[in-house]
Ligand binder design. Structure first.
Ligand code: LLP
Length: 416
C-alpha cells in the first residue's frame, strides 16, 4: 500500500497535490512519499521482530540522501555495492556498523574505506576477493568480518537480466565448493568468518524460490558447522517483487514470516534482509508533462518531457509501469498512445499502447518509479537530471535539485 491516491480526481502524494508540486518544481520530477517508505520498511522489521535480524535496505534501488536519511532515522541497516554508496549512507546519517557490502568487484580502496568505517560485513563473491580483503585488513592491522555468497542454483523465474542465483550467473560461489571455500576463508588470519549470504534475483513474485534457496543454504550452514566453522548470521538477500500491474507477490510480512518459520529452530541465527524494490518502488512516482501529441501512420504518440535517461526500466527490461493522469477530471478524447521521450532512440519509451485521455500540457504520473528510477538515470542527450522531492504529510522537501546546464560539463576541460 502506498500514499499516492486520487482525491476528487486529483492525484495526491500524501496530503499534497501532485499538480501543485509540478507547478512549483517543474517537470520531470520524482516524488517520493516518506509515509510509504516508512510503512514498507516497518513491514519487514515488524514481521521479523521475534527473531534477531537486521533490515539492510539495498541502496542501489534509490540512493538519494533524503531517502537514506528516512531509513537511517528508523535504525535501518544498508546493503551497499560501492564506496560511493557507503559515502552516501554515512552522509545520510546511516550507521556503518549496520552495513553489508555486496558486489563482485570491490577495489582495494573500497575495502580499505569500508574497513576503516567499521562495516558489519563484507559479502564476498570469490576466493580472489577473500585474498584481497585479507591483504588490505592485514595492512591496516584490522580483522575483516566476512560472509560468503553462495549460489544456490535456484531459478528465480524473473527477467534474465535480474536473475542472479543460477549457475550461469557471475554471482556467488557454487554450492558444491562452498565448504572448501569456507575452510580457506577460516585459514586467513585477518578475516572473521561470520555469515553466509545469497541473493537469487529481483522482482520475484512467488515465495517458493526464496524457500528453496533458504533450505539449501540452511543445509550448507550445517555442513559448514560440521567442518568446525560456526556462522552467526544468514543474509537472505533482497528480491521481493512488487505490483507493477497485476502481479501478486507475497507481502513483506508473509515473506518474512515464511522465512522465519524455517529458522525457528535456530534462535541464534541472525537474519539479514536486503530489500530494495519492495521498499522503494511504490514509494515514488515520476511526473512528466505532455509536450505534444503526434499522430503517426500506425500509432499515436504522446511525447513527454521525461525520457529513457530519467527512467530506463521500460527500455532496458521492457518493464511495464502504470501511467496515469495527474488530473483525472479533464474532458478529453481517449486514445491509445505510446508514451515516448524526446531522446533520439526508438527505444526511448516509457509505456506502449496506453489508453489515455490526454492533451498537450497535461501531467502524467509514472507509477512505481521509486526504485531503480533515478539511480539508473543518466545525462544521455545532455539532458539534466530531474529534481527529486520528498513529501512528508503536507510538507514537500526538495531532496535533489534539478541539475543545471553547468552540471552537464562539471569536471570537463577544454584543450589548452
Ligand atoms: N541484494 C543484492 C546482492 C542485490 O544484487 C540486489 C539487487 C538487492 C539486494 C536488492 O534487490 P531488490 O530487493 O531491489 O529486488 N535494475 C533492476 C533491478 C536490479 C537488481 C540488482 N540487484 C530493475 O530495475 O528491475
Amino acid at each position: 500500500m502506498d500514499f499516492f491516491n486520487y482525491k476528487d480526481q486529483q492525484l495526491f502524494a500524501e496530503d499534497v497535490s501532485v499538480a501543485e508540486i509540478a507547478a512549483t518544481h517543474n517537470t520531470p520530477c520524482y516524488i517520493y512519499s516518506r509515509a510509504t517508505i516508512e510503512r514498507h520498511w516497518l513491514a519487514f522489521d515488524n514481521a521479523a521482530k521475534s527473531h534477531p535480524h537486521l533490515v539492510c535496505y539495498a541502496v542501489k534501488a534509490n540512493s538519494n540522501l533524503g531517502v537514506l536519511n528516512v531509513m537511517a532515522k528508523m535504525g535501518s541497516g544498508f546493503d551497499i555495492v560501492s564506496g560511493g554508496e557507503l559515502a552516501r549512507v554515512i552522509q545520510a546519517g546511516g550507521d556503518p556498523s549496520k552495513v553489508v557490502f555486496s558486489g563482485v568487484g570491490k577495489t582495494e580502496a573500497e575495502i580499505e574505506y569500508a574497513l576503516e568505517a567499521g562495516i558489519y560485513c563484507f559479502n564476498v563473491e570469490s576466493e580472489a576477493e577473500l585474498d584481497r580483503i585479507n591483504k588490505v585488513a592485514k595492512e591496516l592491522e584490522l580483522i575483516a568480518p566476512i560472509s560468503i555468497r553462495v549460489n544456490p542454483d535456484v531459478d528465480a523465474k524473473t527477467h534474465p537480466y535480474i536473475s542472479t542465483g543460477l549457475k550461469a550467473n557471475k554471482f556467488g560461489i557454487e554450492r558444491e565448493r562452498a565448504v572448501e571455500v569456507y575452510k580457506y576463508a577460516a585459514s586467513l588470519d585477518n578475516l572473521n568468518v561470520k555469515g553466509i549470504d545469497c541473493h537469487i534475483g529481483s522482482q520475484l513474485t512467488e515465495i517458493q524460490p526464496f524457500i528453496d534457496a533458504l533450505d539449501k543454504v540452511l543445509n550448507l550452514i550445517d555442513e559448514i558447522s560440521a567442518a568446525g566453522i560456526q556462522l552467526s548470521h544468514l543474509d537472505v538477500g533482497g528480491g521481493l517483487g512488487v505490483t507493477y500491474s497485476d502481479e501478486t507477490p507475497p507481502q513483506p510480512d508473509e515473506y518474512v514470516s515464511a522465512l522465519l518459520e524455517r529458522v525457528a529452530d535456530r534462535p541464534n541465527l541472525k537474519l539479514v534482509f536486503e530489500p530494495g524494490r519492495a521498499i522503494m518502488a511504490n514509494a515514488g512516482i515520476l511526473v512528466t508533462k505532455v509536450e505534444f501529441l503526434k499522430q503517426g501512420e500506425e500509432k499515436n504518440f504522446a511525447i513527454v518531457d521525461a525520457a529513457m535517461n530519467d527512467l530506463i526500466r521500460p527500455s532496458l527490461y521492457s518493464a511495464w509501469q502504470n501511467i496515469i493522469p495527474v488530473d483525472a477530471n479533464l474532458e478529453r478524447e481517449s486514445k491509445v498512445y505510446d508514451i515516448v521521450g524526446p531522446i533520439c532512440e526508438t527505444g526511448d519509451f516509457l509505456g506502449k499502447d496506453r489508453d489515455l485521455a490526454i492533451a498537450a500540457d497535461d501531467l502524467l504520473a509514472i507509477r512505481s518509479s521509486g526504485a531503480y528510477g533515478f539511480t539508473m538515470s543518466s545525462n544521455y542527450n545532455s539532458r539534466v537530471r530531474a529534481a527529486e522531492l520528498m513529501v512528508d504529510g503536507d510538507a514537500v522537501h526538495l531532496v535533489r535539485e534539478r541539475e543545471q546546464l553547468e552540471d552537464l560539463w562539471k569536471g570537463e576541460n577544454l584543450l589548452p
